[in-house]
Design a protein around this ligand. Structure first.
Ligand code: NAD
Length: 490
């Protein structure tokens, strides 16, 4: 594995905002406790952040609740213009934000720059959606009255985000919430909180009023989030994270019948038919597998390659994976950064060892690196058994697991044999087959001859246990709206 050494940063992470952002003020948590934030590229602590108590979290709900009527009454055009300024500021600060994301998450700088652009685009898209929240008016079939339908802000929203996209998972929620006229409390992952706090300051600068966005970090996410979900002023939960935690939160949200949008785990099949364009399939495979070093819910998790193209595809992918430059995320030469933490390295090592013990061949990589930092070598396994654990669980790292197939019906059955249903990828030169298979796949999204689908203008989300609801597109703003029907006689 080709390894780079860390480079000097353009900022001091200890000087960044690190207290709770509540009601337009920075404040330490009530208990005064702090948590450490680590650089996965070195394994060293880089900053500390405030640790919110339940009381802090309920204060954040109070701040959001107090700000709600004013924000809901703000003209959609004005809300849209504030969101547009958030977009402009994020793009202007892309380099610094990318460096920060690389620092706390470990992803390569080019992935981090891509994330900042993607994250900012949610503000641009929803700045435009803010003024397109159209209702409807029509006559009751009886002729007795008119039916007037409006979309109103749902109320205070609790937003919970994972560590793998520290900026984009937050803006994918904050932008539509604000466009719809909702106020919110964001609880980012404790692994990557600095990006969320730096962005909170950017929203203030863009003109987001005090209390409209609040950001808290806590070491007791279970108890703190539970307290917020049991506060009757909270009406919305938008969660992105694992299916396991998502299930728990759906139970919590049931007590107060809170509206839930859930973006959960994935187990994406990547299907390559014999008639696929090999180079295009390899390019797509690298994007679908290696964006974020494999730490993406959309990451290709199981490669199913038809027998006639299997050897050429495995060789091509092995060459590309083995050539990746591994190193500190913020080193501009790095193509594959570290994993998020030691647990991830150990978990992935376990999945690989088990697959190899069960007969899979290691074509590249296959093991962790024992230096400081949390590195796992880009790995390719071939001959992976259909029921191996590595095909059932999210790998969430730089490991390709390849199986072969012969018949279309068999590969569709294998692809659908999972509780997940976020995304699937299909490569074929036959468009009719591509569309037919896309329709049969049980997933919310399909990349047909494409390894990247994420787009703020498109509805992102999963079926089965990969989630409920959609983010992005017009669907994204509707998740933060209640439908109001007024029967009118005139
Ligand atoms: P996670 O579920 O462990 O944590 C997600 C968030 O929930 C974090 O902020 C965490 O602090 C919080 N959390 C953890 N336990 C909680 C509890 N009991 N109550 C309340 N909050 C709690 O997920 P992760 O490890 O941060 O992220 C990786 C997972 O996220 C993967 O499964 C990935 O597929 C998924 N993900 C999904 C999407 C999508 O759009 N579908 C996008 C990105 C990541």
């Amino acid at each position: 594995m080709n390894v780079h050494s860390p480079v000097k940063l353009s900022f001091d992470p200890r000087q960044l905002p690190s207290d709770l952002w509540i009601g337009g003020k920075w404040r330490p948590g009530m208990t005064g406790k702090r948590m450490e934030v680590f650089d996965p590229s070195t394994g060293k602590a880089i900053a500390t952040i405030a640790d919110a108590s339940i009381e802090d979290a309920l204060d954040a709900v109070s701040a959001a609740h107090t700000a709600a009527p004013g924000w809901a009454a703000t003209a959609p055009r004005e809300r849209g213009e504030i969101l547009r300024r958030c977009f402009d500021l994020m793009i202007a600060r892309r380099d610094m934000l990318a460096e920060l994301i690389s620092l706390e998450n470990g992803k390569s700088l080019s992935d981090a720059k891509g994330e900042v652009t993607y994250a900012a685009e949610f503000f641009r898209w929803f700045s435009e959606e803010a003024v397109r929240l159209n209702g409807d008016i029509y006559s009751a079939p009886s002729g007795a009255n008119k039916i007037v339908v409006q979309h109103q802000p749902i109320g205070v929203a609790v937003l919970i985000t994972p560590w793998n996209f520290p900026a984009a998972m937050a803006t994918r929620k904050i932008a539509p919430a604000l466009a719809a006229g909702c106020t919110c409390v964001l609880k980012p992952a404790t692994e990557t909180p600095l990006t969320a706090y730096v962005l909170a300051d950017l929203y203030r600068e863009a003109g987001v009023p005090d209390g409209v966005v609040n950001v808290i970090t806590t070491s007791r996410s279970g108890a703190t989030v539970s307290a917020m979900l049991h506060d009757p002023r909270v009406r919305k939960l938008s969660f992105t994270g694992s299916t396991e935690v998502g299930r728990k939160l759906l139970h919590e949200a049931a007590d107060n019948v809170i509206s839930c949008s859930m973006e959960l785990g994935g187990n994406a099949p990547f299907i390559v038919f014999d008639d696929a364009d090999l180079e295009a399939a390899l390019d797509g495979a690298m994007i679908a597998k290696m964006r974020n070093g494999g730490e993406a819910c959309t990451a290709a998790n199981r490669f199913y390659v038809q027998s006639g193209i299997a050897d050429a595809f495995s060789k091509g992918l092995t060459d590309r994976m083995a050539a990746l430059k591994v190193g500190a995320g913020y080193d501009p030469a790095t193509q594959c950064g570290p994993l998020i933490n030691k647990d991830a390295v150990e978990r992935i090592g376990g999945l690989v060892d088990e697959a190899v013990a069960d007969g899979a061949a290691v074509l590249a990589g296959g093991k962790a690196d024992d230096r400081a930092g949390f590195y796992f070598a880009p790995t390719v396994l071939a001959g992976v058994k259909a029921d191996a654990r590595i095909t059932r669980e999210e790998i969430f790292g730089p490991v390709v697991a390849i199986s072969t197939f012969d018949r279309e019906d068999d590969v569709v059955a294998s692809a659908n044999d999972t509780e997940y249903g976020l995304i699937a990828y299909v490569y074929t030169g036959d468009l009719a087959r591509g569309l037919r298979v896309s329709e049969r796949l049980e997933s919310g999204m399909v990349g047909l001859n494409r390894g990247l689908v994420s787009d703020p203008a498109a509805p992102f989300g999963g079926v089965k246990q990969s989630g409920l609801g959609r983010e992005g597109a017009h669907h994204g703003i509707m998740e933060f709206c209640e439908t109001k029907y007024i029967a009118v006689s005139w």
